[in-house]
Write a protein of this length. Structure first.
Length: 164
């Protein structure tokens, strides 16, 4: 893949998380999206919870080489360049201000969720506290970034939402 080819749209192979609150098999939008994205079959007995797009080390995205007509040249991750590595080779795609502040890691993680049952309540620290906790206890707090979240329903969705 051309390292300096930063002017064209890139196709990504994204990651999936299979948490116990996900939807099973083809009931899951995440599973169907994963299948379309990867070319792999949905496992009907498997739970599909989250589809991740980004540079997070726990579920990185990979660039997929495509032919001129846009067709994929395969789905093997081992032959693909990670999005993070590609950004390292092409930092100008993020712009100077983003690279100065965040480096080559994207300052967000885009997720699609497919939820079958209630999620646990999560409390995320602000940026300053997250950095402190990560510095003092990296074994527990794996990430020094804050995690502001936004939800946009793609299908009918009902849930209580508490904002602090």
């Amino acid at each position: 893949m051309e390292a300096d080819d930063s002017s064209s749209v890139k196709r990504l192979r994204c990651s999936v998380k299979n948490y116990d609150w996900g939807r099973i098999g083809r009931e899951s939008r995440v599973a169907r999206l994963f299948s379309l994205n990867s070319g792999l079959n949905v496992e009907e007995s498997r739970l599909y919870a989250e589809f991740w797009m980004g540079t997070h080390e726990s579920g990185p995205s990979f660039l997929v080489e495509t032919l001129e007509n846009g067709a994929s040249m395969g789905s093997e991750r081992s032959e693909s360049l990670s999005l993070k590595s590609w950004i390292e080779e092409n930092p100008s795609v993020l712009g100077d201000k983003v690279v100065e502040k965040w480096g080559v890691n994207l300052p967000f993680l885009f997720k699609v969720l497919s939820v079958a049952k209630a999620l646990s309540i999560q409390a995320h620290p602000d940026k300053e506290l997250a950095a402190f906790l990560h510095q003092t206890r990296p074994d527990v707090f794996k990430d020094g970034n804050h995690k502001p979240e936004m939800a946009l329903a793609l299908t009918k969705f009902e849930a209580p939402l508490w904002v602090y």
